[in-house]
Design a protein around this ligand. Structure first.
Ligand code: 0RA
Length: 636
């Protein structure tokens, strides 16, 4: 891998080091965190730069390669980052943007980074500062150039490699293990992000190659957001054929949205600002919602589908079964909220509302039979909501009686400070029993789940609330759910999902994630949900014990410690561990490998879920084929 030659620092290089020092000292300030999410920000930053080059019309292909040595490469066939001497620094423009904070926006002027994400658009120098090694190659004007950096400091001049007939930029880097908690890239996460970028930037071809598996994936969607909605509804049953599409620019805000209703009960509306997924919504989303409610009500009244005595359709009514993507691009986005994923620009609300009001009413006027199906669906939702409200009032009254009594199977912890407390939701009574023996009862509560919880995706609220397991989780959490959810009432600040490492376990975990995603999303937004990662193998040699999570890891350990005199135990489920083993591997805060869940994870869990559990056969077959490798590893 990388050799450890001492880097010789000259005066100029010491300057660079000082310039980027704040980034290495406080990486979180620049990329949010130094966990896997922060690590993947580095990739996104480079990909976004290349996408800007494509949006400006100079590149049509972007590629990302995961190399066997752990490095990652991002390239494009654009103009190539300029290498001419920069008047302010006396160095090449390339070296300038690689080594000076915030230099990105300054050198491009109007030709450059027009709509880069204000949140992540931290610039190349930040990425460079956080890498152990960064190699950049530029092809421009018939010549290939190359320069290499260590921890942000150039260790070569800008070298002229030789003539080329290509044009573009190629960047390859090794994340710095001194900065990141883990430096391994996740192909799944990268693929999800790249696909999202391809949907949001229609026509751009994005190629991903994983050299560990030799698999290549190409994303290119000429339909843009229309393709995105088609994809989101892939495993669902649309109730009208045409995907509604609206695109307009007003006051320097470019707005695009695509909408299609399906026969399900949940809402899947994704929002983006400058290609950043605004998980927490914001002004563009509230404009969208206001327009949807207003336009559908107006149309329903005008066409006598709602009578004078009928109440208006509510926001919930018009969002049931609604799949949509809304994307805005604007000059100076303000990101707010818990995870800085909420668009704050107040002017965008009115702009979005006006554009969508107009576009949607035009669609309804021009497509009366589709309009009729959509309105009928909303009216049905209104009726069901009425019934559900009654059912919920009943449940609430019941809850009021039960409020002092926590669910019987909850083994609560003794601390009452929510920030100290964690709730383990455990698959099965037997594993639940082991966890109770193993836990630290001061701050760890255990709740065993018997069998599967109800799929909230396929049931309306009233049925969900009558499900025992769901009610138990809600009362244990103390927060209420849905519109009644109140984070301040939480009894725990960490919820750990602990299921077996087999298909059933995966299924239960997915059901639970879907439940939290639908009913207590703020817990996910605040990243309070975790997945326990119980090991698959226990390896004992002499008095040394190792645990591992996959066959690959098992091989690696055996290669290291040798195969002789080794005792290997394969856990079929959590129930096979004794309480000491469960504590050591999964529950002890000092040693456990639990993984924090993000809204992204939950959304893709939901996707996996609707694909695997939905009514359509074809997407399910495709999914299983595409994931055959993982599925066998899960040991069906
Ligand atoms: C600004 C100006 C020019 C190129 C770029 C930005 C550029 C940046 C990146 C980052 C990744 N790939 C890129 N490709 C291009 C060129 C200006 C000129 O040629 O006159």
């Amino acid at each position: 891998m990388v050799n450890n030659d001492r880097v010789h620092y000259g005066a100029g290089q010491i300057q660079v080091l000082e310039g980027l020092e704040p980034v290495r000292k406080r990486p979180g300030m620049y990329i949010g965190s130094t966990d896997s999410r922060g690590l993947h920000h580095l990739v996104k930053e480079l990909v976004d730069n290349s996408i800007d080059e494509a949006l400006n019309g100079y590149a049509d292909t972007i590629w990302v390669v995961l190399h066997k040595d752990g490095s990652i490469e991002v390239g494009d066939n654009g103009r190539g980052i300029p290498i001419e001497v920069h008047p302010k620094t006396g160095k090449s423009t390339l070296e300038t943007v690689m080594t000076i904070l915030h230099a990105g926006g300054k050198f491009g002027g109007d030709s450059g980074y027009k709509v880069s994400g204000g949140l992540h658009g931290v610039g190349l120098s930040v990425v460079n500062a956080l890498t152990d090694r960064f190699i950049v190659e530029v092809c421009r004007d018939g010549t290939m150039y190359r320069q290499e950096y260590r921890k942000g400091v150039p260790i070569t001049e800008l070298i002229t490699v030789g003539p080329t007939d290509e044009s573009g930029t190629r960047q390859r880097f090794y994340p710095d293990p001194e900065i990141f908690e883990a430096t391994e890239f996740s192909p799944e996460l990268i693929l999800t992000r790249l696909r999202e970028s391809a949907f949001l930037n229609k026509g751009v071809k994005i190629v991903f190659r994983d050299e560990n598996t030799d698999k290549e994936t190409v994303y290119q969607y000429d339909g843009g957001l229309i393709s995105f909605v088609e994809h989101l509804n892939k495993a669902k049953e649309p109730i009208h054929p045409t995907i509604i599409y609206i695109e307009k620019t007003q006051d320097d805000v470019i707005l695009e949205t695509a909408i299609q209703y399906n026969d399900g009960y949940s809402e899947s509306v994704l929002s983006f600002a400058n290609n950043v997924n605004t998980h927490e919504g914001g002004t563009h989303l509230s404009g969208f919602r206001a327009a949807l409610t207003r336009t559908l009500n107006d149309y329903a009244r005008k066409n006598n589908m709602l009578k004078e005595s009928d109440e208006n359709l509510t926001g919930d009514d018009v969002r049931e079964g609604c799949t949509a993507v809304i994307s805005v691009k604007l000059l100076e986005p303000q990101f707010e909220g818990q995870t800085k994923n909420k668009l704050g620009n107040s002017e965008v609300r009115g702009i979005a509302e006006t554009i969508i009001n107009e576009g949607l009413s035009t669609f309804l006027e021009e497509n009366p039979s589709e309009a009729k199906r959509i309105i009928e669906k909303c009216i049905q939702a209104a009726r069901a909501r009425d019934a559900a409200r009654k059912a919920r009032e009943l449940t609430r009254r019941k809850n009021a009686l039960e409020i002092s009594s926590l669910p019987g199977k909850l083994a609560d912890c003794s601390s009452t400070d929510p920030d100290q407390c964690e709730l383990y939701i455990v698959e099965g009574d037997s594993a639940g029993g082991t966890a109770k023996q193993g836990r630290d009862r001061r701050f760890q509560a255990i709740m065993p789940l018997r069998g599967k919880i109800l799929n909230v995706e396929r049931a309306r609220l009233d049925r969900s609330l009558s499900n025992q397991e769901i009610r138990a989780i809600i009362s244990a959490m103390g927060t209420g759910m849905g519109e009644d959810f109140d984070i301040n009432k939480r009894r725990y600040s960490r919820v750990v999902l602990m299921t077996d490492a087999d298909v059933d376990g995966l299924h239960i975990r997915t059901l639970l994630l879907t439940f939290f995603y639908r009913m207590m999303r703020e817990l996910l937004e605040r990243e309070m949900i975790y997945i326990a990662m119980p090991p698959l193998y226990r390896i004992e040699k002499r008095n040394q014990v190792h645990y591992c999570h996959s066959d690959r890891e098992l091989d690696q350990i055996l290669d290291t410690i040798g195969r002789q005199g080794v005792n290997i135990q394969r856990y079929k489920g959590l129930g096979e561990m004794d309480y000491n083993q469960l504590w050591d591997t999964t529950m002890n805060p000092e040693t456990r490998t639990i993984k924090r869940v993000t809204v992204d994870d939950a959304a893709s869990a939901e996707e996996v879920f609707s694909t695997l559990m939905g009514e359509k056969v074809e997407p399910r077959r495709e999914f299983i084929e595409a994931h055959a490798a993982e599925v066998t590893e899960l040991d069906i």
